[in-house]
Design a protein around this ligand. Structure first.
Ligand code: ZN
Length: 55
């Protein structure tokens, strides 16, 4: 297991794809993955998304 840089499964997969693309020399795909990672919603702020309030 890697200490969590990735915030979710999708991001973890993108990170791996990005690395693979970089090693393959596919820079446009690297950029693509980077953009997707940046834009990935939902975990920059973990505030209230209809939080289950306790009671
Ligand atoms: Zn994510």
């Amino acid at each position: 297991m890697t200490p969590g840089k990735a915030a979710c499964d999708a991001c973890a997969r993108l990170e791996r794809e990005k690395e693979a693309a970089r090693q393959a020399g596919d820079l446009s795909k690297v950029t693509d993955c980077a953009v997707l990672l940046k834009r990935h919603p939902g975990h920059s702020k973990r505030s209230t998304l209809s939080g289950r309030g306790r009671a």
